[in-house]
Design a protein around this ligand. Structure first.
Ligand code: NAD
Length: 365
C-alpha cells in the first residue's frame, strides 16, 4: 500500500463504521461499576441482532472498537449464510474479567441491553459464562446462553465443534473426492471448549491429530483422553498436515503464517481467522489451499442460541440445523471454484445476496 492510499483511509470512528457498514454502535459507560462496553449492531435486515459479549483487557478503546466492528460484521454473515432470521451484532466489554465482573457490573450491562428494546440479544463469548448471562437476565429478557435448567441451550461449544467437524468433512470431500477422515492428518490450534470436542470427532473417525495450546494443563488433558500428539505453539504452522484447524484466537492466517503452511485445507472454529479478509483469502487460494470460511463452519454456536431465542429449545432441532453446514460449505467451495474467487468472497456474496433478497420483501408494496 503506498502513502497516497494510506492517506485515503478514514480512521475516524464514523469513517470505520461507514467502511464496515454498521447501522448503529452503542457506547456504554457506568461510573459506579466501572463498566465500559461497546455494542456494535451491524445489520438488522434479517431480524434482531444476536451476538455474544466478549470481555477483554483491550490495550486501547480503538482496539476494542475494531474488535466490536469486525466481530459484529461476521455475525451478520454467519446468520445470513446459515439461513437464520437474525441480524449481526457483538458486544465487547473493556476490562479484566477476573477482577471486574460483579453482580452489579453485569446487571448494569443488562440494563444497557434492555434499553435497546430487543434490537440486540446477547449470549456468551470469550470470558463470559452461563452464570454471567443469569445476572444479565435479571435486568433484560433479551439474553440467551442460559443454562439448560433455566430453559436455555447451555454450552454452545459442542454444537460449534460438530459444525466445524462437518465443515472439515465437506472440505475433505471437495479436495480428495471422499469425506473420509481416516488417515488424514489434522493440526488443531487451541484445545479449549470447541477444540477439545473437535478433537474427539476427528479421533473417532481415525484421523491423526496434532494439538497445540498455551495451556499445558489443557494439552495434557486432551492428549491423554484422545491420544493426540502435542506440538509446539509455533511449530503447528510448519507441520506436514492435510488440514489445519485454527480453534484459538483470530488473525492466525496472515502474511507471515500462510507461506509456511503445508496443508491442503484450512478449516477451524476461530472467528476472523484471516488477518486481512481479501488479501489473505486470495493468498490461500494462490497457494492452492482450500479455505472453509470460518463464519459458516463455526455457526453451530449461533444456531444453538437461535433455538433458545425462538423459545422451546430443542437439542435435536439444533443439531438438524447444524447438519446443513456440510452442504452449504460444499456449495461455497464449488461457487468459489466456478467463479474463480476466494471462498471467503464467495461466502460473503452468498450471505449478502440473501440479505438483499429478504430486505426487498420487507419493503412496503
Ligand atoms: P476457549 O477460550 O475455550 O479456547 C481457546 C483456546 O485457545 C484456549 O485453550 C487457549 O489457551 C488457546 N490459545 C489461545 N491462544 C493460543 C495460541 N496462540 N496458540 C495456541 N492456543 C492458543 O474458546 P472456545 O470457546 O473454544 O473458542 C475457540 C474459538 O472459536 C474462538 O475464536 C471463538 O471466538 C470461536 N468460536 C467459539 C464458539 C463457541 O461456541 N464456543 C462459537 C463460534 C466461534
Amino acid at each position: 500500500m503506498d502513502v497516497n492510499e494510506l492517506e485515503k483511509i478514514d480512521n475516524s470512528v464514523f469513517g470505520q463504521i461507514t467502511e464496515m457498514g454498521h447501522e448503529q454502535v452503542v457506547f456504554c459507560n457506568d461510573q459506579s461499576t466501572g463498566l465500559k462496553a461497546i455494542i456494535g449492531i451491524h445489520n438488522t435486515v434479517l431480524g434482531p441482532a444476536l451476538g455474544g459479549t466478549r470481555m477483554w483487557n483491550y490495550a486501547s478503546d480503538t482496539e476494542a472498537l475494531t474488535d466490536a466492528l469486525r466481530l459484529s460484521r461476521g455475525m451478520t454473515y454467519k446468520a445470513a449464510i446459515t439461513c437464520l432470521n437474525l441480524g449481526g451484532c457483538k458486544a465487547v466489554i473493556i476490562g479484566d474479567a477476573a477482577k471486574q465482573k460483579t453482580e452489579a457490573f453485569l446487571r448494569r450491562f443488562g440494563k444497557f441491553i434492555n434499553s435497546l428494546g430487543g434490537k440486540y440479544w446477547t449470549a456468551e463469548d470469550v470470558n463470559m459464562k452461563t452464570s454471567d448471562m443469569q445476572y444479565i437476565g435479571m435486568e433484560t429478557k433479551y439474553v440467551t446462553g442460559l443454562p439448560e435448567t433455566m430453559g436455555g441451550g447451555g454450552d454452545p461449544s459442542p454444537v460449534t465443534a460438530y459444525g466445524t467437524y462437518l465443515g472439515i468433512k465437506a472440505s475433505v470431500k471437495k479436495v480428495y473426492g471422499t469425506e473420509d477422515l481416516k488417515g488424514k492428518t489434522v493440526g488443531v490450534q487451541g484445545v479449549g471448549q470447541v477444540g477439545m470436542y473437535l478433537v474427539e470427532h476427528l479421533v473417532k473417525e481415525g484421523a491423526k491429530v496434532y494439538i497445540t495450546d498455551i495451556s499445558q494443563e489443557k494439552l495434557k488433558k486432551v492428549a491423554s483422553a484422545s491420544g493426540a500428539t502435542v506440538v509446539g505453539m509455533d511449530d503447528i504452522y510448519d507441520l506436514d498436515m492435510d488440514i489445519y484447524a485454527p480453534c484459538a484466537l483470530g488473525a492466525t492466517l496472515n502474511s507471515a503464517t500462510i507461506p509456511r503452511l503445508k496443508c491442503q485445507i484450512v478449516a477451524g472454529a476461530a472467528n476472523n481467522q484471516l488477518a486481512e479478509e481479501k488479501k489473505h483469502g486470495y493468498m490461500l487460494m494462490d497457494r492452492n489451499i482450500t479455505y472453509a470460511p470460518d463464519f459458516l463452519i463455526n455457526a453451530g454456536g449461533l444456531i444453538n442460541v437461535y433455538e433458545e431465542y425462538r423459545g422451546d429449545y430443542s437439542r435435536k432441532r439444533t443439531y438438524t440445523t447444524a447438519e446443513k453446514i456440510y452442504e452449504t460449505c460444499l456449495q461455497i467451495l464449488n461457487l468459489a471454484e466456478d467463479e474463480g474467487i476466494s471462498s471467503q468472497e464467495a461466502a460473503i456474496q452468498m450471505a449478502e445476496n440473501r440479505i438483499a433478497a429478504i430486505g426487498k420483501i420487507k419493503l412496503p408494496h
